[in-house]
Write a protein that binds this ligand. Sequence first.
Ligand code: 5GP
Ligand code: MG
Ligand code: MG
Length: 191
Amino acid sequence: MRNDIQSVLFSEEQLAGIVQTIGKQISEDYKDKNLLMVSVLKGSVVFMADLMRAITIPCSIDFMSVSSYGSGTKTSGVVKIIKDLDINLKGYDLLVVEDILDSGLTLSYILELLQSRSPKSIKVCTLFDKPDRRTAHIKADYAGTIVPDEFIVGYGLDYDEKYRNLPFVGILKPEVYEEADRKVSSDSSKE
Ligand code: 5GP
Ligand code: MG
Ligand code: MG
């Protein structure tokens, strides 16, 4: 698995430092609020697990799952709810936890939906931000770090459902995509 990585962008230690910084800030900002962290599965699950333990005030958690990506590397623009929240949002100060904010299309859909359920407040926390690629009018209230316009994997982020369990974040070797593309075109030529 590590052999498929061209270069490491963030080591395990660097990620831990980023998470601690955001956790401290959120603990400060939400100390008199009713914090509910909502993780958007599956990419944010590793970040969520570490971030909630870096938060030193009481908080509740919930999960939702939407699909916006196929097996490729670009947003399709189509968002579908796969798993909805369990908790009624009334009275909560919501913090939506995302792995990466790219075009922002997925998140803008999610925010509109959650807003319609009348929480006390809604803010957004993303580990990674790719501001150059933003098409929706969305800004993260908390952003761990800005990343270049490259497709990254690890620490929850996948390529074709793999590499989520890498403890660091890196860029895949082009051969990995090329190999997958070759498979797709040879499969379709069989039809
Ligand atoms: P958006 O709707 O903002 O374009 O896409 C957001 C989602 O696309 C993220 O939550 C993530 O699942 C996926 N995504 C965007 N950029 C990357 C990337 O560089 N690597 C990976 N693995 N997923 C990404
Ligand atoms: Mg996500
Ligand atoms: Mg993905």
